[in-house]
Design a protein around this ligand. Structure first.
Ligand code: HEM
Length: 440
């Protein structure tokens, strides 16, 4: 077994990581030598370097580590390409995250969706005591609806449509998260593909048809060029042929849907638990539960502690990491972003604990490398997190708006029911029971 060292990190044995990833475990059964040539980048400097360096690229289907198993869902998507292809496509898709577009979705979809779930909680609340709800379920419902709108999937404005979407969504999401799952990876991937086919039939194809008709009407002068919505399907149709074929359109939608809803919902759950614990220990901050600046700082801090564990890259040239580790062309770097984002040299005292007032080293982002850095940095970061709190005309971001509105409705953790995690994916919330003490 290859033993890896990286600077002074204690995580010296790559087997620890391999054991925790069922895809890798699965691969090792077929190719015991697969871990030869894998290096761990767990310190902040190394992680930041690998993610930014032109000498490293993302993994392709032929690189192993399960990329082939995931390929029917994610193959060739933005997260899986580099170079000019990535640059061009990223420029097109970044149009989704401009301020007017995001503010439009906040006003027309996010706020109404939150109001709807609050109305439902009000309606189902019978009798005395505060209303009970589940932050995880609310997060998935609300964020699912907004992401669907951003992607351009129609039909989630009815209960029946949302239920149908949810029934496909979970299997697609599991099919993408197979790296960390404890079940048979091929079975999960096959279920994911079947669910993506269903999503295509019931949502993607009709939504795409409507947008194509609208673009045709614009082309023939029957409709105004401003009429088509700014959403992913419309953008892809506008670049159909040169950038996106039909299969890639479907997989790109799968990427957006799976990169966003579970990830952000999970972070919001972590964040609210941290805030409540913080407020217990710092009661003077209790009124700040509805302060967007405090909430934004809290979300940044909790993402730093809890987002993704590992990103994988492959070297295209020989390169030496800042720690001195030499990586040869063709070898791999596993970037342990969670550990790098808790590196004491950059994130101050007790870097593993939650502190919304934390000061980080100059030039370092408050959430570390948990959204990635460099050319593959999370394209949805502004949607999720908004802008730097306190900056001019800052966007609050979907996560902060959701927490603020629920806190305005008196959100507290339910003292009688604890949160639970998905059994096969230990750090992903399954439920997070709350009370809404000021719902009227
Ligand atoms: C707290 C929530 C989120 C976290 C922690 C997160 C984290 C990440 C990370 C670490 C990457 C980089 C992967 C890499 O370098 O290989 C990434 C990429 C990406 N994220 Fe997010 N993400 C979040 C929310 C979102 C949302 C809300 C969306 C969409 C609305 C989104 C869409 C994407 C896409 C499309 C990519 C691929 C970008 C590229 O490769 O160029 N993410 N995300």
């Amino acid at each position: 077994m290859t033993v890896i060292t990286c600077g002074e990190t204690e995580l010296s044995d790559i087997k620890d990581y391999a054991e925790s990833m069922s895809l890798v475990r699965h691969m090792l059964e077929h190719d015991p030598e697969a871990l030869a040539g894998v290096h761990i980048a767990a310190g902040f400097e190394d992680a930041d370097f690998v993610l930014r360096a032109k000498e490293f690229r993302v993994l392709h289907e032929s690189d192993g580590f399960g990329r082939d198993v995931q390929a029917p869902i994610l193959g060739g998507t933005l997260a899986r390409v580099d170079g000019p292809d990535h640059f061009r496509r990223r420029r097109i898709e970044s149009m989704l995250f401009r301020s007017p577009t995001l503010r439009g979705y906040e006003a027309t979809v996010l706020h109404p969706a939150i109001e709807r779930v609050l109305a439902e909680a009000r309606q189902s609340h019978a009798g005395s005591g505060p209303a009970r709800a589940d932050l995880h379920d609310i997060g998935e419902a609300v964020l699912g609806e907004v992401v669907a709108a951003l992607v351009g999937l129609d039909g989630l404005d009815t209960t029946e449509g949302r239920r149908r979407f949810d029934s496909f969504y979970q299997d697609i999401d599991n099919g993408v998260r197979i790296s960390w799952a404890s079940q048979d990876v091929h079975q999960l991937a096959a279920k994911g593909v079947a669910a993506l086919n269903e999503l295509t039939e019931h949502f993607i194809t009709p939504s795409r048809r409507r947008r194509k008709e609208m673009l045709d009407r614009v082309a023939s002068g029957e409709a105004n060029p401003d009429d088509p919505p700014t959403d992913l399907i419309t953008l892809m149709l506008q670049h159909h042929g040169d950038e996106f074929d039909d299969g890639l359109m479907i997989r790109e939608i799968a990427l957006y849907v799976t990169a966003s809803v579970t990830t952000l919902t999970n972070q919001v759950c972590y964040c609210v638990h941290h805030i409540e614990e913080w407020v217990q220990q710092h009661p003077r901050d209790a009124p700040r539960r509805v302060d967007p600046v405090f909430l934004s700082r809290s979300l940044q801090e909790s993402v730093r502690l809890h987002a993704g564990p590992v990103l994988m890259r492959r070297a295209t040239e020989d390169v030496v990491l800042p720690s001195g580790t030499a990586v040869k062309a063709g070898e791999f770097a596993w970037v342990v972003i969670r550990q790098a984002s808790q590196d004491g040299a950059y994130f101050g005292e007790s870097p593993e604990s939650f502190n919304p007032y934390r000061e980080v080293a100059a030039g370092v982002l408050p959430y570390g490398v948990e959204f990635g850095v460099g050319r593959h940095t999370c394209v949805g970061k502004r949607f999720a997190l908004g802008d730097e709190p306190g900056s001019v005309d800052a966007l609050e971001g979907a996560g902060v708006i959701l927490m603020r509105t629920l806190y305005e409705a008196g959100m507290r953790l339910d003292p009688e029911r604890g949160r639970t995690f998905v059994p096969e994916l230990l750090d992903v919330h399954q439920s997070s029971p709350i009370l809404l003490t000021a719902l009227n």
